[in-house]
Design a protein around this ligand. Structure first.
Ligand code: ATP
Length: 202
């Protein structure tokens, strides 16, 4: 099994920027958000269970999950959220495990917004937290998605606090400056992670 690095951070913190840069440097990247979509593709047992539990109005004409609608339900209904997590987290976890076993680069990267909130952190050897000021997270997320302030604020309030997240980091990646600065830091980090991976495999 390859050395696996986990990457997390709050909404708009810069996870995708970091993961894309590492992918350019040749690192195999597994994105938990992508896996989370795969496990509820049309035809999956999980999607059938969701439709049965919450109603078939959650499916569009092509039988695809209306993720926004489901998100709205679980945002205001704790029981619904727990039910959904019990269904999906094990499926997501086992699919991630399968993909991690196929990593073919000096180390692998698992990028996940829920790395610290789920068992996913047990799948990684090092935890990197990408960090920005909450005001920067807000501005960047709004700028990217053209969504409204209240929505991003609500998501931030529901996520783990900045301090708690940072306390769980092995490595903190500062993203409070510009993108050039971030990319330079990621390039340096990549060298460091390669060394850690070599030690791990020695
Ligand atoms: P989410 O959890 O919402 O998916 P994320 O952590 O993946 O967010 P990114 O998508 O990487 O965050 O970054 C959010 C937005 O902010 C993107 O449009 C990205 O290009 C921009 N961004 C990230 N870092 C910086 C930076 N240092 N300076 C300016 N813009 C940045």
């Amino acid at each position: 099994m390859a050395f696996i690095v986990g990457l997390t951070g709050g909404i708009g913190s810069g996870k995708t920027q970091v993961a894309d840069r590492l992918a350019e440097l040749g690192v195999d990247v597994i994105d938990a958000d992508v896996v989370a979509r795969e496990v509820v593709e049309p035809g999956t047992d999980a999607l059938a269970s969701i439709a049965q539990h919450f109603g078939y109005h959650l499916l569009d004409q092509d039988g695809r999950l209306k993720r926004d609608k489901l998100r709205q339900i679980i945002f205001s209904d704790k029981q619904a959220k727990t039910w959904l997590e019990k269904l999906l987290h094990p499926l997501i976890g086992s699919s991630i495990k399968t993909q991690l076993a196929q990593i073919n680069s000096p180390y692998g990267l698992l990028v996940s917004p829920l790395l610290l909130e789920t068992e996913q952190n047990k799948l990684v050897d090092k935890i990197i937290v990408v960090d920005a000021d909450p005001s920067q997270q807000l501005a960047r997320a709004i700028n990217r998605d053209v969504t409204n302030l209240a929505e991003v604020e609500a998501i931030m309030a529901a996520q783990m606090s900045r301090n708690k997240r940072l306390s769980k980091a092995d490595i903190i990646l500062d993203n409070t400056r510009d993108l050039i600065s971030l990319h330079n830091k990621v390039d340096q980090l990549h060298q460091h992670l390669k060394t850690l991976a070599e030690d791990f495999n020695a």
